[in-house]
Design a protein around this ligand. Structure first.
Ligand SMILES: Cc1ncc(COP(=O)(O)O)c(C=O)c1O
Length: 366
């Protein structure tokens, strides 16, 4: 049997594409601590992805980015609402910032934080210092209702958009409400640098956030809350090289998703979330009305396609550490946890045998 189709095929720019972005670092002998490639990457991300009043701050990864944003908000010993359906990074960032997670339910139609569950949690618990809205699978939706709800209670909102950076056809990030958006540049993402992350922040918080990435050090050598979350020149150079190819990468991924959708929609039991095609397409989640996620995963594997169950398990079931958290509500999250399957999306032209395998899967499901 031929090699199975991998779930993730990272896009790695060539060495020739990366090295020009390191030239200044070599000339100046400046390899980290806000060097030239770091400044350039932040500048280019700001220009491409953020509205005028926002800044980009690079970080070592999205988990550190979320932690830093939460510590600037100051969530210590206070509650932070997050969805139960997310990757452990969201939960861990709250703990690392000294907060207590409240796990809320999700909307079945979107897999994202449910408005009513969030409202109920805010009505039930005083002392909520922040809300993290996870843009699941990097899909970008209009969540004005959630932003308005948080704004009406004066509670800062942080978007965990780990898989979302890449596409701006829906417009630039940021608004007058002052939300934070945190992205990952991990190798599993579309805009990848190996490891890395970016915070898009209202510019009034930029200096504080940058200090927090550098141990919280102040000019007089005293220090506030912070960690070491600086992205070094080598990773920034990879990020810059990837950025140059991003629109081609997203075109390829969109083509791949469109053709997979066309084939899978011939099955009476496969369904997708209703979203426009103008996405980064970091992931392509599907679900079946007849099969649980693990059954569907086995069927794909039998046909040579490796898939992944995201986000599984729920935070309320997966966390085995000792910290306190509140499980507020999870009914819909429990339903989706067992159904969703993410199938491969590639940043290159896809061989016809991938689509033949999908056709065979559709046939075997009927
Ligand atoms: C929803 C979510 N948040 C945060 C992260 C963490 O990103 P990083 O690996 O950059 O820390 C991930 C990783 O995939 C994620 O899926």
């Amino acid at each position: 049997m031929s090699k199975p189709f991998r779930f993730i095929e990272p896009y790695i720019p060539s060495i020739e594409e990366i090295t020009p972005h390191l030239q200044q670092a070599y000339e100046l002998g400046h390899f980290t601590n806000f060097g030239p490639a770091c400044k350039k990457l932040e500048h280019e991300i700001e220009n491409k992805f953020a509205i005028e009043s926002y800044n980009a701050i690079t970080v070592t990864n999205a988990t550190a980015g979320l932690q830093i944003v939460l510590s600037i908000i100051d969530v210590r010993d206070k509650y932070v609402v997050i969805p139960d359906f997310t990757f452990p990074a969201t939960f861990q960032a709250v703990l690392a910032a000294g907060g207590i997670p409240i796990l809320c339910d999700i909307d079945l139609a979107t897999s994202e934080l449910d408005y009513h569950s969030l409202k109920d949690a805010l009505d039930t618990h005083d002392n909520v210092a922040a809300v993290i809205h996870v843009r699941c699978f990097g899909i970008r939706r209009d969540v004005t209702n959630i932003i308005h709800l948080c704004h009406s209670r004066d509670i800062p909102i942080v978007f965990d958009s780990a898989a979302g950076l890449g596409d701006v056809r829906q417009g630039k990030y940021g608004s007058d409400y002052g939300e934070f958006e945190v992205f990952s540049l991990h190798t599993t993402k579309v805009f990848a640098a190996g490891e890395g992350g970016v915070i898009l922040t209202p510019n009034t918080y930029a200096d504080k956030l940058r200090e927090a990435t550098n141990f919280g050090l102040q000019p007089d050598r005293t220090f506030v809350d912070g960690i070491n979350a600086k992205m070094d020149e080598f990773r920034c150079a990879v990020g810059l090289a990837t950025l140059n190819n991003l629109s081609t990468i997203i075109d390829m991924r969109t083509k791949h998703v469109k053709e997979s959708m066309r084939i899978l929609s011939q099955s009476s039991c496969i369904d997708f979330f209703q979203v426009g095609m103008e996405q980064t397409w970091s992931n392509f989640p599907i679900f079946s009305s007849k099969h649980m996620g693990d059954e569907l995963q086995n069927i794909f594997e039998e046909h040579g396609i490796i898939t992944k169950r995201y986000y599984y398990p729920l935070m309320s079931k997966g966390y085995k550490g000792l910290a306190n958290f509140i499980a507020h509500s999870s009914k819909n999250a429990e339903e989706l946890e067992n159904r969703i399957l993410c199938i491969p999306v590639y940043s290159r032209a896809v061989e016809p045998s991938f689509f033949t395998a999908l056709e065979n899967i559709v046939e075997s499901l009927e």
